[in-house]
Design a protein around this ligand. Structure first.
Ligand SMILES: [Zn+2]
Length: 427
């Protein structure tokens, strides 16, 4: 596998400098393949395309793409994992991958070693472009403690290299322990979400801890300008933002010249749709993605829920990878718990999302530190859902003041800037 990974990486290092046309050709070829594979082997796509009388063997390249129906998160939630899985897949090598559930019930897909390896190499290319080199110590902050280590961490020799220079910490652990670890191990590169960086800024200021990272990589949530500047100033870091989602992996990454985000064109096809038609260069559109590499549980024309702007601009860095800008994605805040404890928004999301009958919620920490929850229900009686929600919130927030309300609609829940967990105190 290590040789495959090195080959993948060498190939990505080369192709990023190719012309737009050459990259376009790669995409068209891979697109036709994945669409045919989906139709022939995955029950969900077979049914979906049959229902609109489209035979994907006739859909070739971009020209035919518009004939394929879009896929939403609701589709994935309503479909069993078995129906999303390719019939010819070798399941013994796969492991499940679940979304955070920031925008609804989490979705589970399967990850295979080849996809995991390609994703690792795509990340490596983005980091390399931004100055990360062998010997740099890298620390990744994971939102939740994983039940098993990620597939990429098990890939032969790569795992040895990774083990020496790469550490993981968990967002569920005490952030004071993280700070101690950073001051001892001294990572050169920190990879974390903006809400985690805001927490780290908050607690390092409170504790007068001096932390610095050569490169601060932001991922998983929208990085706003204020957070970016604060990370840059407080940690003396070069800040690099990445945009991606579990369903397709890394979609784009910030160019070192900061002219936008280079699309990972070899593995993801991104469409920007405005009023049902492709958005023009410079025009904001809803972001739809197709993974060109995910074969076990293919993702084709999938609505991300985000908005971004494509641009035809050439990048002064010389890369042929197209650019996108102004990504408007999810924003969440950390919650300041009792006794000044850091609480990851992803822990809160997972705890509330797992309550049966909660259709959606918005949790806000007010500036007096009290907690306000609005929620909508589905199916079950509101009273019993409210009781469970109250109990879960008490487990999370202890004696902090709580106000939980059942509502018909949650303000802003359909917009790209919806914040399921927000804090007036820490944002
Ligand atoms: Zn560039």
């Amino acid at each position: 596998m290590i040789f495959q990974m090195l080959r993948d990486w060498a190939s990505l290092e080369r192709s990023q400098w190719w012309s737009r046309e050459a990259l376009h050709n790669i995409q068209e070829r891979k697109l036709s393949k994945i669409v045919r594979h989906g139709y022939q082997n995955v029950p969900f796509y077979r049914r979906l395309y049959d229902s609109v009388h489209v035979n994907p063997t006739d859909v070739i390249g971009y020209g035919g793409l518009g004939r394929l129906p879009f896929v939403t998160r609701q589709h994935l939630r309503d479909t069993s994992l078995q129906d999303m899985t390719a019939a010819n897949a070798d399941l013994t090598k796969c492991s499940p991958d679940t979304t955070s559930g920031s925008t609804g019930t989490p979705v589970t897909l399967l990850e295979d070693p080849s996809f995991a390896a390609k994703q690792e190499m795509a990340h490596l290319r983005a980091y390399w472009a931004n100055g990360v080199r062998p010997g740099h110590k890298i620390c990744t902050v994971w939102a939740m403690r994983a039940s098993q280590s990620p597939l990429a961490g098990k890939l032969g020799l790569y795992s040895v290299i990774e083990g020496k220079f790469h550490r993981r910490v968990w967002g569920t652990d005490d952030i004071h322990d993280h700070m101690k670890f950073y001051s001892v191990w001294k990572p050169d590169v920190l990879i974390a979400s903006p809400s985690y960086y805001r927490a780290l800024l908050w607690f390092s200021e409170q504790n007068r801890a001096k932390l610095s990272f050569k490169v601060a990589v932001s991922s998983g949530e929208l990085l706003d300008d204020t957070t970016r500047k604060r990370i840059c100033d407080a940690f003396q870091s070069e800040v690099i933002d990445t945009y991606g989602l579990m369903e397709v992996g890394i979609v784009s990454w910030e160019c070192p010249q900061h002219r936008g985000y280079h699309v990972n064109a070899e593995s993801v096809l991104v469409e920007f749709i405005k009023d049902g038609a492709p958005a023009a260069s410079g025009e904001a559109g809803k972001v739809y993605v197709t993974s060109l590499d995910r074969r076990i549980t293919p993702i084709i024309r999938y609505f991300t829920g985000d908005v971004a702007t494509p641009t035809d601009d050439e990048c002064p860095c010389g890369r042929g990878l197209s650019l996108m800008k102004n990504v408007q994605g999810r924003i969440v805040d950390f919650i300041l718990g009792e006794e000044d404890r850091y609480m990851s928004p992803w822990v809160v999301i997972r705890a509330l999302r797992s309550i049966q009958g909660v259709e959606n919620f918005k949790l806000t920490q007010k500036s007096d530190s009290s907690i306000d929850v609005q929620f909508r229900t589905r199916g079950l009686e509101a009273e019993s859902v409210l009781n469970v929600l109250h109990q879960r919130c008490t487990e999370l927030f202890g004696d902090m003041s709580l106000d939980i309300k059942l509502v018909d609609q949650i303000e802003g829940e359909r917009g790209p800037k919806f914040r399921p967990v927000a804090s007036d105190l820490t944002h």
